[in-house]
Every structure is written in structure tokens, then in C-alpha cells.
Design a binder for this molecule. Structure first.
Ligand code: PML
Length: 265
């Protein structure tokens, strides 16, 4: 069976004259069977046209054929949920889970407090980026070819995804992305805080940790968010990893995205 990849990007023109630029409003991507292309395309346009960030001036929809033999099927990472009282506690929990994974490379002389500060510094640097930061734990260097843009994981969907779903579901999209990312060559872990000011749940994920949802990771109303991919260049080539993230087509088998398999405190 042949599939099609659909990608939608909507933006608005802001500013005037020399200051005019495009501001992102909404984006979505799917990989669907041929018979669903039209319905999914119109759902994407609906999503762009009804977004709370405003009316789009440009909507770009790209549709590409994908051969089944080029698609890799992956099982979704197991999900664990961490309930916390405050976002500060949530952030602490995330650092606690991630820093031991960083201490294995060039940073292995750093204390856990220093690693935490390093992670905080990296996180801040992701705020203006559209894509993720790719940080090499072996050398302590950033590996994105374009550091303003970052690296974007793309060409992925849930295997049994809802055929037409015009509303964004952060968790459903994130479990698919995190599963693809965790399976990238040389990937150690991912750290994510949403840049949606109304969405405060974030996660850390890796093949070993699974997908750990941390219910509060920032203050409500804060539009700062970002993603860090922790990578180990002793395990794989950065180019191979980036190529997989940006080009390899992946469908993720999500058993039941609403069922969270455990809890962590
Ligand atoms: C995003 O907005 O892209 C990040 C989504 C994080 C989802 C966290 C969750 O609900 O598990």
C-alpha cells in the first residue's frame, strides 16, 4: 500500500517595510493512506484557519508519496506520569532524570549541580529556536548545522492515527515524535518543554527511561519552551542522526495513547 506524507504550515505577515516578517501560526504533519489524503488535507486547512494565534496570510500544504517499504514501524515508548505540586518541582524531577545520562561524556567531571546548570543554560538557548538543539554529550558541543533554526524531527505519524483530527493534541503528537527521536542513531535522551503558553506539561524520554510525562514544567502563560536532543558522537555520526530525524519515515504503534502505564513520583 502506498502512503502520503502531508505537511501544513500557516503563517502571518507581521510588521511593515524592512521589519516585515512571517510569524508562524500553526503546523501539522501526517502520514496517511491514499484514501485519506483529501480528508486529512482539509482538516489541516481547517486547523490553520481556526487557530487561536490568528488568521493566516499563508498556508502551505505539501503532499508527497511515500512507499511502504521506506517506512519504519516503531512501538511507542512506554509512558509514565509524574505528578508534581509546582513547576519548579517538575523541572527538578526532569533534571534529576536527565543529568545522570549527561555525566557519561565530556561532562563527567562536573558535579550534578554543574550539570543541572549546564542543562538550564542549554534550555534557555532553545527558547528562540523553531527546532531542537542537538547536544553532543561526548564533546559538550552543539551539532545543529543551523543553530538559530535547530534540528527538526519530521516525517512521522501514529500508525492507527485518527483519520481526521483538526485539533492539536500535544500528548499524541509528542509520543510519536519522542518515539522516533529515541530510536535515532546515537540518541541518549530528549528533554522537552512546550512553547505553548497554555500548556505546562513537558517530558523527558529515552529508550531506557521511556516517555516520562511531567505534569508541570513551567508557569502557565510562559511562552518559552524548547527541545534538547542529547546525542553521543561516540555511538553514531551526527550526520546519520540528523538524516534519520529529518528524512526517515516512521509510523508509531501507539497501543492506547490515553492509557498511561505507570506513575513516578
Ligand atoms: C509541544 O507543544 O510540542 C510539546 C508537547 C509536550 C507534551 C507533553 C505531554 O503532554 O506529554
Amino acid at each position: 500500500m502506498d502512503y502520503y506524507s502531508l505537511k501544513m504550515r500557516a503563517s502571518q505577515q507581521v510588521g511593515e517595510g524592512e521589519n516585515a516578517h512571517e510569524q508562524h501560526i500553526s503546523g501539522a504533519e501526517r502520514i496517511v493512506a491514499r484514501e485519506n489524503v483529501e480528508a486529512v488535507c482539509s482538516a489541516m486547512v481547517k486547523r490553520a484557519m481556526t487557530h487561536s494565534k490568528g488568521d493566516p496570510d499563508f498556508i502551505n500544504v505539501k503532499i508527497e508519496k511515500v512507499h511502504e517499504s521506506d517506512i519504519r514501524i516503531l512501538k511507542a515508548l512506554p509512558v509514565t506520569r509524574v505528578d508534581v505540586d509546582t513547576w519548579q518541582e517538575g523541572l527538578e524531577k526532569a533534571f534529576e532524570l536527565i543529568t545522570p545520562l549527561m555525566g557519561n561524556g565530556s561532562d563527567n567531571q562536573r558535579s550534578s549541580q554543574e550539570l543541572r546548570e549546564k542543562l538550564q543554560e542549554l534550555l534557555k538557548a532553545t527558547f528562540p529556536m523553531r527546532g531542537a538543539m542537538l547536544y553532543d554529550i561526548a564533546t559538550g558541543k552543539r551539532l545543529e548545522p543551523d543553530q538559530d533554526r535547530g534540528v527538526r524531527a519530521t516525517y512521522m505519524d501514529a500508525l492507527q492515527g485518527n483519520v481526521v483530527d483538526s485539533c492539536k493534541n500535544h500528548f499524541n503528537e509528542a509520543i510519536v515524535l519522542a518515539t522516533k527521536v529515541a530510536n535515532a542513531p546515537g540518541m541518549v535522551a530528549e528533554f522537552c518543554i512546550s512553547d505553548d503558553p497554555n500548556y505546562i506539561t513537558g517530558y523527558v524520554a529515552s529508550k531506557e527511561l521511556g516517555y516520562v510525562r511531567i505534569m508541570k514544567m513551567k508557569e502557565m502563560g510562559d511562552e518559552n519552551g524548547g527541545r534538547i536532543f542529547l546525542f553521543d558522537s561516540r555511538k553514531a555520526d551526527a550526520e546519520e542522526c540528523i538524516d534519520y530525524l529529518q528524512k526517515k519515515k516512521v509510523l508509531v504503534e501507539v497501543v492506547d495513547s490515553r492509557r498511561v502505564q505507570g506513575r513516578m513520583t
